[in-house]
Design a protein around this ligand. Structure first.
Ligand code: FCB
Length: 475
Protein backbone atom coordinates (compact mmCIF):
# COMPACT_ATOMS: atom_id res chain seq x y z
CA UNK A 1 0.00 0.00 0.00
CA UNK A 2 1.34 3.44 -0.89
CA UNK A 3 1.59 5.67 2.12
CA UNK A 4 1.07 9.33 1.30
CA UNK A 5 1.52 12.04 3.95
CA UNK A 6 -0.83 15.02 4.14
CA UNK A 7 -0.12 18.14 2.10
CA UNK A 8 1.86 20.58 4.17
CA UNK A 9 3.39 17.88 6.37
CA UNK A 10 6.83 19.24 7.25
CA UNK A 11 9.95 17.21 6.54
CA UNK A 12 13.01 18.23 8.50
CA UNK A 13 16.18 17.14 10.18
CA UNK A 14 17.55 18.07 13.59
CA UNK A 15 20.85 18.80 15.32
CA UNK A 16 21.89 20.42 18.60
CA UNK A 17 24.48 23.14 19.15
CA UNK A 18 27.04 21.30 21.26
CA UNK A 19 26.81 18.20 19.10
CA UNK A 20 27.62 19.89 15.79
CA UNK A 21 28.90 23.44 16.08
CA UNK A 22 32.47 23.20 17.33
CA UNK A 23 34.16 26.64 17.60
CA UNK A 24 33.56 26.47 21.32
CA UNK A 25 35.61 29.56 22.06
CA UNK A 26 34.69 31.64 19.02
CA UNK A 27 33.09 35.07 19.16
CA UNK A 28 32.90 35.34 22.91
CA UNK A 29 31.20 32.01 23.71
CA UNK A 30 31.55 31.08 27.37
CA UNK A 31 32.08 27.58 28.75
CA UNK A 32 29.14 25.20 29.12
CA UNK A 33 28.71 22.22 31.41
CA UNK A 34 29.45 19.95 28.44
CA UNK A 35 32.84 21.61 27.87
CA UNK A 36 33.65 20.85 31.49
CA UNK A 37 32.11 17.39 31.59
CA UNK A 38 33.68 16.16 28.35
CA UNK A 39 37.09 17.03 29.83
CA UNK A 40 36.43 14.92 32.92
CA UNK A 41 38.45 11.70 32.60
CA UNK A 42 36.18 8.75 31.85
CA UNK A 43 33.05 10.81 31.27
CA UNK A 44 32.88 10.51 27.48
CA UNK A 45 33.84 7.51 25.38
CA UNK A 46 37.23 8.01 23.79
CA UNK A 47 37.75 11.23 25.74
CA UNK A 48 35.95 13.08 22.96
CA UNK A 49 34.73 16.65 23.29
CA UNK A 50 32.57 18.97 21.22
CA UNK A 51 35.52 21.27 20.49
CA UNK A 52 35.32 20.54 16.78
CA UNK A 53 31.91 18.89 16.48
CA UNK A 54 31.16 18.75 12.78
CA UNK A 55 32.49 22.30 12.37
CA UNK A 56 28.92 23.39 11.61
CA UNK A 57 29.61 26.84 13.07
CA UNK A 58 31.97 27.55 10.20
CA UNK A 59 30.37 25.30 7.57
CA UNK A 60 26.74 26.17 8.16
CA UNK A 61 26.28 27.63 4.67
CA UNK A 62 27.50 24.40 3.09
CA UNK A 63 25.23 22.44 5.43
CA UNK A 64 22.20 24.56 4.58
CA UNK A 65 22.88 23.96 0.88
CA UNK A 66 22.96 20.25 1.68
CA UNK A 67 19.60 20.53 3.46
CA UNK A 68 18.15 22.27 0.42
CA UNK A 69 19.52 19.52 -1.78
CA UNK A 70 17.80 16.97 0.49
CA UNK A 71 14.52 18.81 -0.02
CA UNK A 72 14.06 19.68 3.66
CA UNK A 73 11.34 22.11 4.63
CA UNK A 74 12.63 22.78 8.14
CA UNK A 75 15.81 22.56 10.19
CA UNK A 76 15.58 22.06 13.93
CA UNK A 77 18.71 23.41 15.61
CA UNK A 78 19.46 24.62 19.10
CA UNK A 79 20.90 27.91 20.25
CA UNK A 80 23.91 27.65 22.54
CA UNK A 81 23.06 29.65 25.64
CA UNK A 82 26.77 30.35 26.37
CA UNK A 83 27.12 32.02 22.98
CA UNK A 84 24.29 34.41 23.82
CA UNK A 85 25.12 34.92 27.50
CA UNK A 86 28.69 33.73 28.11
CA UNK A 87 28.17 33.69 31.89
CA UNK A 88 24.48 32.77 31.78
CA UNK A 89 23.31 36.22 32.75
CA UNK A 90 23.52 39.82 31.65
CA UNK A 91 23.26 41.48 28.26
CA UNK A 92 23.40 39.57 25.01
CA UNK A 93 26.66 38.87 23.26
CA UNK A 94 25.72 40.20 19.84
CA UNK A 95 28.38 38.15 18.05
CA UNK A 96 26.71 35.01 19.40
CA UNK A 97 23.25 36.09 18.29
CA UNK A 98 24.65 37.12 14.90
CA UNK A 99 25.60 33.54 14.16
CA UNK A 100 22.01 32.40 14.62
CA UNK A 101 20.67 35.36 12.63
CA UNK A 102 22.94 34.37 9.74
CA UNK A 103 21.94 30.74 10.06
CA UNK A 104 18.22 31.59 10.11
CA UNK A 105 18.55 33.97 7.17
CA UNK A 106 20.48 31.43 5.12
CA UNK A 107 17.83 28.81 5.85
CA UNK A 108 15.01 31.16 4.90
CA UNK A 109 16.81 32.10 1.68
CA UNK A 110 16.67 28.40 0.80
CA UNK A 111 13.01 28.07 1.75
CA UNK A 112 13.82 26.13 4.93
CA UNK A 113 12.09 27.06 8.18
CA UNK A 114 14.32 27.59 11.22
CA UNK A 115 12.81 25.66 14.15
CA UNK A 116 14.66 26.76 17.26
CA UNK A 117 15.30 24.84 20.45
CA UNK A 118 16.40 27.18 23.19
CA UNK A 119 17.98 24.62 25.51
CA UNK A 120 19.61 21.42 24.34
CA UNK A 121 21.77 20.72 27.39
CA UNK A 122 24.61 23.25 27.19
CA UNK A 123 24.05 25.20 30.41
CA UNK A 124 26.57 28.02 30.93
CA UNK A 125 29.10 26.69 33.45
CA UNK A 126 28.78 29.72 35.77
CA UNK A 127 25.10 28.88 36.26
CA UNK A 128 26.00 25.33 37.21
CA UNK A 129 28.53 26.72 39.66
CA UNK A 130 25.70 28.79 41.15
CA UNK A 131 23.51 25.71 41.69
CA UNK A 132 22.49 24.58 38.21
CA UNK A 133 19.06 23.20 37.38
CA UNK A 134 18.27 22.08 40.95
CA UNK A 135 18.34 25.78 41.88
CA UNK A 136 15.06 27.49 40.99
CA UNK A 137 16.83 30.72 40.07
CA UNK A 138 18.03 28.98 36.90
CA UNK A 139 14.44 29.12 35.58
CA UNK A 140 14.48 32.91 35.73
CA UNK A 141 17.93 33.01 34.13
CA UNK A 142 16.54 30.83 31.31
CA UNK A 143 13.61 33.16 30.79
CA UNK A 144 15.96 36.15 30.44
CA UNK A 145 18.01 34.25 27.89
CA UNK A 146 14.90 33.07 26.00
CA UNK A 147 13.73 36.67 25.74
CA UNK A 148 17.07 37.76 24.27
CA UNK A 149 16.98 35.07 21.60
CA UNK A 150 13.31 35.66 20.76
CA UNK A 151 14.00 39.39 20.50
CA UNK A 152 16.73 38.72 17.96
CA UNK A 153 15.07 35.95 15.94
CA UNK A 154 11.37 36.42 16.61
CA UNK A 155 10.52 37.51 13.08
CA UNK A 156 12.24 34.49 11.56
CA UNK A 157 11.18 31.50 13.65
CA UNK A 158 7.82 29.78 13.08
CA UNK A 159 8.16 27.35 15.98
CA UNK A 160 10.04 27.60 19.27
CA UNK A 161 10.96 24.78 21.60
CA UNK A 162 11.86 25.83 25.10
CA UNK A 163 13.59 22.68 26.35
CA UNK A 164 14.80 19.49 24.74
CA UNK A 165 14.17 16.39 26.83
CA UNK A 166 14.15 17.79 30.36
CA UNK A 167 14.09 14.12 31.46
CA UNK A 168 17.70 13.81 30.31
CA UNK A 169 18.75 17.12 31.81
CA UNK A 170 17.36 16.18 35.21
CA UNK A 171 17.88 12.44 35.42
CA UNK A 172 21.05 11.85 33.41
CA UNK A 173 22.56 15.14 34.53
CA UNK A 174 21.77 15.00 38.27
CA UNK A 175 20.77 11.41 39.17
CA UNK A 176 22.80 8.93 37.13
CA UNK A 177 25.53 11.41 36.28
CA UNK A 178 25.94 9.98 32.78
CA UNK A 179 25.51 13.47 31.34
CA UNK A 180 26.82 16.87 32.34
CA UNK A 181 27.19 18.03 35.04
CA UNK A 182 27.69 14.43 36.19
CA UNK A 183 25.92 14.70 39.55
CA UNK A 184 24.50 11.57 41.26
CA UNK A 185 21.92 12.93 43.65
CA UNK A 186 18.31 11.86 42.98
CA UNK A 187 16.86 14.50 45.29
CA UNK A 188 18.58 17.23 43.30
CA UNK A 189 17.40 15.57 40.10
CA UNK A 190 13.78 15.92 41.22
CA UNK A 191 14.39 19.55 42.14
CA UNK A 192 15.82 19.97 38.65
CA UNK A 193 12.61 18.53 37.18
CA UNK A 194 10.66 21.29 38.85
CA UNK A 195 13.07 24.07 37.84
CA UNK A 196 12.90 22.81 34.26
CA UNK A 197 9.11 22.91 34.32
CA UNK A 198 9.28 26.44 35.67
CA UNK A 199 11.83 27.34 33.01
CA UNK A 200 9.45 26.15 30.32
CA UNK A 201 6.58 28.25 31.63
CA UNK A 202 8.66 31.37 32.22
CA UNK A 203 10.60 30.88 28.98
CA UNK A 204 7.43 30.49 26.90
CA UNK A 205 6.11 33.75 28.34
CA UNK A 206 9.43 35.47 27.65
CA UNK A 207 9.38 34.31 24.03
CA UNK A 208 5.87 35.69 23.56
CA UNK A 209 6.76 38.94 25.30
CA UNK A 210 9.70 39.44 22.94
CA UNK A 211 8.40 37.92 19.69
CA UNK A 212 4.70 38.67 19.99
CA UNK A 213 1.82 36.71 21.43
CA UNK A 214 1.35 34.84 18.16
CA UNK A 215 4.74 33.14 18.57
CA UNK A 216 4.27 29.37 18.51
CA UNK A 217 5.87 27.77 21.53
CA UNK A 218 6.40 24.09 22.27
CA UNK A 219 8.49 21.84 24.47
CA UNK A 220 10.13 18.59 23.40
CA UNK A 221 9.77 15.54 25.65
CA UNK A 222 11.27 12.08 25.33
CA UNK A 223 8.17 10.39 26.66
CA UNK A 224 8.90 6.80 27.53
CA UNK A 225 6.78 4.01 26.19
CA UNK A 226 6.80 1.50 29.01
CA UNK A 227 4.95 -1.76 28.62
CA UNK A 228 3.95 -4.01 31.47
CA UNK A 229 5.33 -7.53 31.10
CA UNK A 230 2.00 -9.05 32.09
CA UNK A 231 -1.42 -8.12 33.38
CA UNK A 232 -0.37 -9.11 36.89
CA UNK A 233 -1.13 -6.20 39.24
CA UNK A 234 2.51 -5.77 40.27
CA UNK A 235 3.63 -5.44 36.66
CA UNK A 236 0.86 -3.01 35.80
CA UNK A 237 1.75 -1.02 38.92
CA UNK A 238 5.44 -0.95 37.98
CA UNK A 239 4.59 0.45 34.57
CA UNK A 240 2.31 3.09 36.07
CA UNK A 241 4.96 4.07 38.55
CA UNK A 242 7.55 4.48 35.82
CA UNK A 243 5.15 6.43 33.65
CA UNK A 244 4.68 8.85 36.52
CA UNK A 245 8.33 9.49 37.29
CA UNK A 246 9.41 9.54 33.64
CA UNK A 247 6.49 11.20 31.88
CA UNK A 248 3.86 12.58 34.22
CA UNK A 249 6.28 14.74 36.19
CA UNK A 250 6.43 16.78 32.98
CA UNK A 251 3.05 16.23 31.32
CA UNK A 252 1.16 16.70 34.58
CA UNK A 253 2.39 20.22 35.36
CA UNK A 254 2.62 21.32 31.72
CA UNK A 255 -0.81 20.14 30.62
CA UNK A 256 -2.82 19.86 33.82
CA UNK A 257 -1.04 22.17 36.23
CA UNK A 258 -0.28 19.49 38.83
CA UNK A 259 2.24 16.84 39.79
CA UNK A 260 0.79 13.36 40.23
CA UNK A 261 0.23 12.89 43.96
CA UNK A 262 1.60 9.35 43.85
CA UNK A 263 4.96 10.52 42.58
CA UNK A 264 5.40 12.74 45.57
CA UNK A 265 4.67 9.78 47.86
CA UNK A 266 6.83 7.42 45.83
CA UNK A 267 9.86 9.68 46.13
CA UNK A 268 9.23 10.77 49.71
CA UNK A 269 12.35 8.90 50.86
CA UNK A 270 14.38 11.21 48.62
CA UNK A 271 12.74 14.61 48.96
CA UNK A 272 9.76 16.36 50.52
CA UNK A 273 9.14 18.35 47.31
CA UNK A 274 9.32 21.62 49.26
CA UNK A 275 10.97 23.08 46.18
CA UNK A 276 7.45 23.42 44.74
CA UNK A 277 6.19 26.75 46.07
CA UNK A 278 2.76 28.32 46.06
CA UNK A 279 1.98 29.73 42.65
CA UNK A 280 4.69 27.80 40.84
CA UNK A 281 2.28 25.56 38.98
CA UNK A 282 0.48 28.60 37.60
CA UNK A 283 3.83 29.73 36.24
CA UNK A 284 4.50 26.34 34.67
CA UNK A 285 1.20 26.02 32.89
CA UNK A 286 0.89 28.36 29.96
CA UNK A 287 -0.50 28.08 26.46
CA UNK A 288 1.24 25.25 24.62
CA UNK A 289 0.95 25.59 20.85
CA UNK A 290 2.48 22.22 20.06
CA UNK A 291 4.21 19.29 21.70
CA UNK A 292 7.50 17.91 20.41
CA UNK A 293 7.94 14.15 20.69
CA UNK A 294 11.37 12.49 20.54
CA UNK A 295 11.01 8.76 20.03
CA UNK A 296 13.60 6.01 19.81
CA UNK A 297 12.50 2.84 21.61
CA UNK A 298 10.29 1.12 24.19
CA UNK A 299 10.82 -0.64 27.51
CA UNK A 300 9.31 -3.80 28.99
CA UNK A 301 8.92 -3.64 32.75
CA UNK A 302 7.80 -5.76 35.65
CA UNK A 303 7.26 -5.36 39.37
CA UNK A 304 9.28 -7.10 42.03
CA UNK A 305 7.10 -10.21 42.09
CA UNK A 306 5.71 -10.05 38.58
CA UNK A 307 6.63 -11.69 35.28
CA UNK A 308 10.03 -13.31 35.21
CA UNK A 309 10.16 -13.11 39.01
CA UNK A 310 12.75 -15.85 39.05
CA UNK A 311 15.12 -13.23 37.71
CA UNK A 312 16.05 -15.05 34.52
CA UNK A 313 14.62 -12.39 32.26
CA UNK A 314 16.00 -9.46 34.24
CA UNK A 315 18.12 -6.84 32.70
CA UNK A 316 20.48 -5.18 35.10
CA UNK A 317 21.06 -1.46 35.17
CA UNK A 318 24.35 -1.66 33.30
CA UNK A 319 23.13 -4.12 30.71
CA UNK A 320 23.97 -3.51 27.07
CA UNK A 321 20.23 -3.59 26.43
CA UNK A 322 20.50 0.13 27.05
CA UNK A 323 16.79 0.97 27.01
CA UNK A 324 16.32 4.52 28.23
CA UNK A 325 15.29 4.28 31.83
CA UNK A 326 15.26 6.42 34.95
CA UNK A 327 18.39 5.90 37.07
CA UNK A 328 18.33 3.13 39.67
CA UNK A 329 18.77 5.58 42.55
CA UNK A 330 15.49 7.23 41.58
CA UNK A 331 13.20 4.26 41.00
CA UNK A 332 13.11 1.07 42.99
CA UNK A 333 10.96 -2.04 42.72
CA UNK A 334 10.88 -1.96 38.92
CA UNK A 335 12.66 -4.49 36.73
CA UNK A 336 13.45 -4.09 33.06
CA UNK A 337 13.04 -7.24 31.02
CA UNK A 338 14.91 -8.19 27.93
CA UNK A 339 13.00 -7.49 24.74
CA UNK A 340 13.67 -9.69 21.75
CA UNK A 341 14.19 -8.16 18.35
CA UNK A 342 16.72 -6.09 16.43
CA UNK A 343 18.65 -3.35 18.18
CA UNK A 344 20.51 -0.27 17.07
CA UNK A 345 24.14 0.47 17.93
CA UNK A 346 22.85 2.19 21.09
CA UNK A 347 21.39 -1.15 22.20
CA UNK A 348 17.89 0.27 21.82
CA UNK A 349 15.29 -2.20 20.62
CA UNK A 350 13.64 -1.27 17.32
CA UNK A 351 9.93 -1.01 18.10
CA UNK A 352 8.00 1.38 15.84
CA UNK A 353 4.60 0.34 17.17
CA UNK A 354 5.39 2.27 20.34
CA UNK A 355 5.41 5.48 18.33
CA UNK A 356 1.92 4.93 16.92
CA UNK A 357 0.60 4.19 20.39
CA UNK A 358 2.32 7.19 21.95
CA UNK A 359 0.99 9.61 19.34
CA UNK A 360 -2.53 8.26 19.71
CA UNK A 361 -2.39 8.41 23.51
CA UNK A 362 -1.29 12.04 23.34
CA UNK A 363 -3.95 12.83 20.79
CA UNK A 364 -6.68 11.29 22.93
CA UNK A 365 -5.46 13.19 25.95
CA UNK A 366 -5.25 16.57 24.19
CA UNK A 367 -7.01 16.40 20.79
CA UNK A 368 -6.35 20.10 20.21
CA UNK A 369 -2.59 19.89 20.69
CA UNK A 370 -0.58 19.59 17.45
CA UNK A 371 2.23 17.05 17.66
CA UNK A 372 5.63 17.14 16.02
CA UNK A 373 8.15 14.34 15.87
CA UNK A 374 11.14 16.46 16.80
CA UNK A 375 13.57 13.52 16.80
CA UNK A 376 13.59 9.96 15.55
CA UNK A 377 16.44 7.96 14.13
CA UNK A 378 19.03 5.33 14.81
CA UNK A 379 22.76 4.75 15.26
CA UNK A 380 24.50 2.12 13.20
CA UNK A 381 28.20 1.50 12.53
CA UNK A 382 28.28 3.13 9.11
CA UNK A 383 31.24 2.98 6.79
CA UNK A 384 32.00 4.67 3.50
CA UNK A 385 32.11 1.83 0.97
CA UNK A 386 34.52 1.44 -1.92
CA UNK A 387 31.98 3.04 -4.21
CA UNK A 388 32.17 6.18 -2.05
CA UNK A 389 28.67 5.73 -0.67
CA UNK A 390 27.27 4.79 2.71
CA UNK A 391 24.90 1.85 2.38
CA UNK A 392 23.01 2.18 5.64
CA UNK A 393 20.18 -0.18 4.79
CA UNK A 394 19.47 -0.74 8.51
CA UNK A 395 18.82 2.98 9.02
CA UNK A 396 16.61 3.14 5.93
CA UNK A 397 14.66 0.23 7.41
CA UNK A 398 14.40 1.96 10.79
CA UNK A 399 13.20 5.24 9.29
CA UNK A 400 10.77 3.50 6.97
CA UNK A 401 9.22 1.50 9.79
CA UNK A 402 8.90 4.52 12.08
CA UNK A 403 7.43 6.74 9.38
CA UNK A 404 4.96 4.01 8.58
CA UNK A 405 4.10 4.09 12.30
CA UNK A 406 3.60 7.87 12.13
CA UNK A 407 1.39 7.33 9.09
CA UNK A 408 -0.69 4.80 11.01
CA UNK A 409 -1.20 7.36 13.78
CA UNK A 410 -2.24 9.98 11.22
CA UNK A 411 -4.70 7.52 9.71
CA UNK A 412 -6.19 7.00 13.16
CA UNK A 413 -6.65 10.75 13.63
CA UNK A 414 -3.50 11.98 15.40
CA UNK A 415 -2.65 15.60 14.57
CA UNK A 416 1.02 15.21 13.61
CA UNK A 417 2.38 18.21 11.71
CA UNK A 418 5.93 17.22 10.86
CA UNK A 419 8.90 14.95 11.34
CA UNK A 420 12.56 15.70 12.02
CA UNK A 421 15.10 12.98 11.39
CA UNK A 422 17.75 12.70 14.08
CA UNK A 423 20.15 13.66 12.83
CA UNK A 424 21.09 15.67 9.79
CA UNK A 425 24.75 14.88 10.45
CA UNK A 426 26.76 12.33 12.37
CA UNK A 427 27.80 14.23 15.47
CA UNK A 428 28.98 14.25 19.08
CA UNK A 429 26.62 11.74 20.69
CA UNK A 430 27.05 12.95 24.29
CA UNK A 431 28.60 10.29 26.52
CA UNK A 432 29.30 8.18 23.43
CA UNK A 433 31.37 10.87 21.75
CA UNK A 434 31.75 10.40 18.02
CA UNK A 435 31.43 6.62 18.40
CA UNK A 436 27.74 6.52 17.53
CA UNK A 437 26.57 7.76 14.16
CA UNK A 438 22.96 8.95 13.82
CA UNK A 439 23.26 11.08 10.68
CA UNK A 440 21.49 10.70 7.38
CA UNK A 441 24.65 12.43 6.23
CA UNK A 442 28.01 10.87 7.06
CA UNK A 443 30.79 13.01 8.49
CA UNK A 444 34.41 11.99 8.05
CA UNK A 445 35.92 13.34 11.26
CA UNK A 446 39.41 13.53 9.77
CA UNK A 447 38.44 15.65 6.76
CA UNK A 448 34.97 16.85 7.86
CA UNK A 449 33.73 15.79 4.45
CA UNK A 450 29.97 15.22 4.26
CA UNK A 451 28.59 12.23 2.34
CA UNK A 452 24.85 11.76 1.98
CA UNK A 453 24.08 8.22 3.17
CA UNK A 454 21.62 5.98 1.36
CA UNK A 455 19.16 6.97 4.11
CA UNK A 456 19.64 10.62 3.15
CA UNK A 457 18.89 9.88 -0.49
CA UNK A 458 15.90 7.84 0.58
CA UNK A 459 14.71 10.69 2.83
CA UNK A 460 15.03 13.15 -0.06
CA UNK A 461 12.55 11.09 -2.07
CA UNK A 462 10.13 11.18 0.83
CA UNK A 463 10.60 14.91 1.48
CA UNK A 464 10.14 15.84 -2.15
CA UNK A 465 7.13 13.60 -2.88
CA UNK A 466 5.34 13.12 0.44
CA UNK A 467 5.11 9.42 -0.44
CA UNK A 468 6.88 6.87 1.74
CA UNK A 469 9.40 5.13 -0.53
CA UNK A 470 10.00 1.40 -0.23
CA UNK A 471 12.97 0.79 2.08
CA UNK A 472 14.90 -1.07 -0.59
CA UNK A 473 15.28 1.99 -2.79
CA UNK A 474 18.43 3.92 -2.00
CA UNK A 475 17.87 6.54 -4.64
C1 FCB B 1 18.25 12.42 22.27
C2 FCB B 1 18.92 13.77 22.22
C3 FCB B 1 19.73 14.01 20.99
C4 FCB B 1 20.47 12.78 20.55
C5 FCB B 1 19.54 11.59 20.48
C6 FCB B 1 20.19 10.32 19.99
O1 FCB B 1 18.03 12.04 23.58
O2 FCB B 1 17.97 14.78 22.34
O3 FCB B 1 20.60 15.09 21.24
O4 FCB B 1 21.54 12.55 21.38
O5 FCB B 1 18.96 11.36 21.72
Amino acid sequence: MTRRFPDGFVWGAATAAYQVEGSTDADGRGPSIWDTFSRTPGAVLGGHTGDLGTDHYRRFAEDVALMADLGLGAYRFSVAWPRVQPTGRGPANQAGLDFYRRLADTLLAHGIDPVVTLYHWDLPQPLEDAGGWPDRDTAWRFADYAGLVAGALGDRVPLWTTLNEPWCTAYLGYASGEHAPGVQDPARALAAVHTLNLAHGLGARAVRAAAGDAAQVSVTLNLQVNRAASTAPEDVAAKARLDRVANEVFLGPLLDGAYPEEVVAETAHLTDWSFVRDGDLDLVRTRLDALGVNYYTTALVAGAGGAGADGTADVQAASPDGDQRPPANLVTGVRWLHQPGPRTAMGWVVDPSGLTGLLLDLHRRRPDLPLWITENGAAYPDVVADDGRVHDADRVGYLHAHLDAVGAALDAGADVRGYFAWSLLDNFEWAYGYERRFGIVHVDYATLERTVKDSGHWYRRLATTGVLPEPVHAG
